[in-house]
Design a protein around this ligand. Structure first.
Ligand code: ADP
Ligand code: MG
Length: 300
């Protein structure tokens, strides 16, 4: 489990350029969970993600990963096991690539943790297949690839280390819809195999469809957290903070304005369909076409 306790973080602390990015963050990521982090650009999400594997250390407070406690003066050596446990795919993956070829790049991580070159190369091939990077690109320089392909290489490089926790900072930004769905399904299958996933995203539908826990970040503060079903009931709160809601929730809110009642707002398309079809069944059982004509009209 990963636990943040009163984490504060200031860039260039103690200099005239000091700028505070995180304020008293408390957060818990349970083993096997799928946690989404949402918030506007500049709210501190990437800074928060870099705390997950000790890439940056809290200015104040602590981050505990299983039995390792990271505080401001923790030494690199004490943090190294965390790097193996928690794999972070950065928001700008090109920053993460550096080897001559794609294959070498992906094989670098496991080799760095003591795996033989031959085994690391095997693992690299397996992960490149998994992320769907065509084989003819494996011997190319990673810097010749498109942005989307580079991101796949960076993800394969992290998966090759077989981390217990996979952290993805806006991994689907800029991908076309088909590639985005493929990638989200890949993360879902990784999660289903028991890995913990932490996803930074702008897309409320991805939160609704995949996550079991969500944190809303605003200006370096956690402003809400919980199960997506509960968090997305607070439509007015979310709108007041200029955060959207899933499409299904928005649709249900519009229906609500026309007099259709929902005990609980649906957050996914499947839930919306289920609630609406159960209403329609109810209506058929009642044999009443008059008073529910609006409902009937909308459902047909
Ligand atoms: P997000 O990922 O939510 O867009 P970031 O964590 O990147 O937010 O940024 C949070 C705040 O920290 C922003 O005000 C940003 O300008 C600032 N910031 C980010 N990186 C640095 C840095 N390397 N040095 C100084 N300030 C930074
Ligand atoms: Mg960011």
């Amino acid at each position: 489990m990963i636990k943040f306790e009163k984490v504060n973080f200031t860039y260039q602390a103690g200099t005239p350029f000091a700028s505070r990015a995180l304020f008293d963050i408390d957060m818990e990521i349970k083993n096997g969970s799928y946690t989404a982090v949402i918030g506007h650009t500049g709210s501190g999400k990437s800074t928060l993600m870099q705390h997950l594997n000790g890439l940056v250390k809290p200015t104040e407070g602590s981050v505990t990963v299983d039995d390792i406690v990271i505080i401001n003066d923790s030494k690199a050596k004490a943090i190294k096991p965390v790097r193996k446990k928690v794999g972070v795919v950065f928001q700008f993956p090109e920053a993460q690539l550096f080897e001559e070829t794609v294959l070498k790049d992906v094989a670098f991580g496991p080799q760095n943790f003591g795996i033989s070159e031959a085994d690391a190369t095997e693992t690299a091939k397996e992960k490149l297949k998994l992320v769907g990077l065509p084989e003819e690109l494996w011997e190319r320089s990673p810097f010749e690839l498109s942005g989307g392909q580079m991101r796949r290489v960076a993800i394969a490089g992290i998966l090759a280390m077989n981390p217990e926790v996979l952290v993805l900072d806006e991994p689907t930004a800029g991908l076309d819809p088909k590639a985005r769905i493929e990638m989200m399904e890949l993360f879902e299958s990784i999660h289903a195999s028991g890995q913990t996933v932490v996803l930074v995203t702008h897309l409320m539908d991805d939160v609704a469809n995949y996550a079991d826990q969500v944190y809303l970040i605003e200006k370096g503060h956690v402003i809400s957290s919980g199960n997506p079903h509960d968090v997305f009931q607070k439509v007015d709160f979310l709108k007041a903070h200029e955060l959207g809601v899933p499409k299904a929730t928005e649709f249900a809110v519009q229906l609500q304005k026309r007099g259709i009642e929902f005990k609980k707002l649906p957050i996914t398309r499947a839930e919306l369909v289920m609630v609406l079809s159960s209403m329609k069944n109810q209506e058929n059982e009642n044999g009443n076409g008059q008073s529910t004509s609006l409902r009937g009209g909308l459902l047909r």
